[in-house]
Design a protein around this ligand. Structure first.
Ligand code: G3D
Ligand code: MG
Length: 191
């Protein structure tokens, strides 16, 4: 690893999670190919490697695992978390009916022993649709402010069709991972 605390010079491993049809695979393909690609419901998982092209993360390699969101794959989520540097949780900003289900899944993940305090980026996807809830509303619906005080998180509005908001996701995640690394290192020093 190396590289000091202000820069990441290893490949960053991210897991992309969320309910089925939230837009995870669309987000992944937009990050990879810079354009919208038709998706089919993910069976098993998709994995793509991307290199950040701009911002602070420029030049950093990311491996992103999109693990499907159907009920039967949910028990698999935890094992991917153990080797991850951060979690991206995608929500459909229009689907308020399933927001409670998304909240429960998210909390289950964050509170699981495998989570280990990973930085969390919530992508409020489908912001192009007229009835999309705002990131602030989604933050409330997902009760993100109730997470433990040490849990680093950020909520980012996005649209996986146009790609709006997605380049920022890479930079925000990068920042959160560095922040967490600094906190971990200062805790070690205090001990
Ligand atoms: P998933 O991988 O989380 O299951 P997908 O979700 O990426 O397969 O997307 C599910 C559906 O939502 C797809 O539509 C996809 O085109 C659509 N979608 C994804 N992101 C956005 C977005 O930002 N805006 C809008 N309007 N639609 C989006 P279909 O029709 O193929 O089911
Ligand atoms: Mg998918």
């Amino acid at each position: 690893m190396g590289g000091g605390l202000g820069k990441l010079d290893h490949t960053v491993q991210l897991v992309l999670l969320g309910l089925d049809s939230a837009g995870k695979t669309s987000v992944l393909y937009h990050l990879k190919f810079d354009k919208f690609s038709c998706t089919v419901p993910t069976v098993g998982f998709n994995c793509e490697k991307i290199k950040a092209k701009s911002g602070k993360a420029k030049g950093t390699n990311f491996t992103i695992w999109d693990i499907g969101g159907q009920d039967k794959t949910r028990p698999l989520w935890k094992s991917y978390l153990r080797s991850a540097d951060g979690m991206v949780f995608v929500v459909d900003s229009v689907d308020t009916e399933r927001m409670e289900e998304a909240r429960m899944e998210l909390l289950k993940l964050v509170k699981s022993p495998d989570y280990g305090g990973l930085p969390l980026l919530v992508v409020a996807n489908k912001q192009d649709l007229p009835r999309a809830s705002s990131p602030e509303e989604i933050e409330k619906m997902l009760t993100l402010t109730d997470l433990s005080p040490g849990q680093l998180y950020h909520i980012q509005p996005a649209c996986a069709i146009t790609g709006e908001g997605l380049p920022e996701c890479v930079d925000i995640m990068y920042d959160l991972i560095i922040k967490r690394r600094k906190t971990k290192s200062s805790k070690k020093k205090i001990k």
